[in-house]
Design a protein around this ligand. Structure first.
Ligand SMILES: CC(C)(COP(=O)(O)OP(=O)(O)OC[C@H]1O[C@@H](n2cnc3c(N)ncnc32)[C@H](O)[C@@H]1OP(=O)(O)O)[C@@H](O)C(=O)NCCC(=O)NCCS
Length: 311
């Protein structure tokens, strides 16, 4: 699935500036619901906005947290940074880093990771209301200011937005009994000689399931019935850092003998334990296979799998 040219959305260089560098081992990043993250997120916001800037508590807790996606960065078990994405409004907000931890790139990490969540949800752009003093912080992250200055909680703000412009791909976890079919990418391709799921780009007029059925016909010579979506995976093109949004589907039924096209030099039917030992094109493949096995066995989706947790 890696490195397919994909469909470019919106204008500009697709997905640039959306690669999230690895965090230092001492930091933990959690992304999830308000139910799960309310306590640490609200703590950071209280220190930074309520106590630090005099924002009234009822304006900070504005009643829109429940449907939002929240991010919390922790150090030594204590929350030190947060931010949220309101999917319905495609708006990022409440970005805050505790004062002793500022100037180390953590604010940037929070915004980039929230933008990646927006890509995972399929949003073409995101907006935010920047405090006037932070406009340049967001400008460095690709946001453009628009409209006049306005007042919110006694603090001057500007509206800002940026295009996310990701590529579209699709992949399938092919499950045969309790084993998984993976292919070794041909040398010369992106991620050449690494083992990967099958799949590829989504053409302009295609749905993800039609695109996957076509890719499996072209790559393996099989007629597959495409099953439910397991997750939406994100991966970065190592050549130029563009981001691919890749729904991953379960495939348990197909017809025909497997005949590889030149995109792969080999295919194998692997146990889950063997998948993890291969040189893989994407580190999320073992988790996707584990989720596929659960779903193929008819069990409920695992907690923390679903569309947001497999990166
Ligand atoms: C704004 C805030 C989140 C930035 O967090 P941070 O961790 O210090 O930011 P980073 O270290 O990731 O900075 C990334 C870049 O932006 C720059 N930057 C940080 N704050 C900036 C600011 N206020 N104005 C201009 N540039 C800024 C940094 O110098 C760095 O530049 P570089 O790319 O050249 O290295 C943090 O200062 C904060 O929590 N402020 C209080 C809450 C707040 O105002 N939130 C924004 C609400 S709209």
């Amino acid at each position: 699935m890696s490195g397919a040219p994909g469909t470019r959305r919106a204008g500009g260089p697709a997905g640039r500036g959306l690669v999230a560098p690895a965090l230092p081992a001492s930091l933990r990043c959690r992304i999830g619901s308000w139910r799960r993250l309310a306590r640490p997120a609200a703590r950071v916001r209280r220190i930074v906005f309520v106590e630090g800037m005099g924002v009234p508590l009822d304006l900070d807790l504005d009643g829109t947290d429940a449907p939002a996606v929240h991010l919390v960065l922790s150090h030594g078990g204590r929350a030190i940074g947060t931010g949220r994405l309101l999917p319905r409004d495609a708006r990022i907000g409440r970005v805050a880093v505790l004062a002793p931890f500022r100037g180390r790139g953590l604010g940037r990490q929070i915004v980039v990771r929230l933008m990646r969540e927006a890509v995972r949800l399929g949003l073409p752009e995101v907006e935010l209301h920047a405090q006037a003093y932070a406009v340049d912080f967001y400008r460095r992250l690709g946001f453009h200011a628009f409209g006049p200055l306005f007042d919110d909680a006694g603090i001057p703000h500007r509206r800002m937005r940026r295009s996310l412009a990701w590529h579209s791909a699709v992949a399938g976890v092919l499950v045969d009994g309790r084993r998984f079919l993976l292919g070794r990418r041909a040398p010369g391709l992106v991620m050449g000689e690494r083992w990967d799921l099958f799949g590829g780009r989504i053409e302009r007029s295609e749905t993800p399931t039609r695109a996957l059925a076509r890719e499996l016909r072209e790559e393996l010579g099989i007629e597959a019935r495409i099953g439910p979506r397991l997750a939406v995976s994100l991966y970065d093109d190592p050549r130029d850092g563009t981001v691919f949004r890749c729904p991953v589907h379960l495939v348990t039924r197909w017809k025909g003998e497997i005949v590889l096209n030149p995109e792969h030099t080999a295919w194998r039917r692997l146990w889950l334990s063997q998948v993890g030992r291969l040189r893989l094109a994407h580190p999320g493949i073992p988790r996707l296979c584990a989720e596929a096995r659960r779903r193929a066995a008819g069990s409920r989706p695992a907690r923390n799998s679903g569309s947001r947790c497999i990166v």
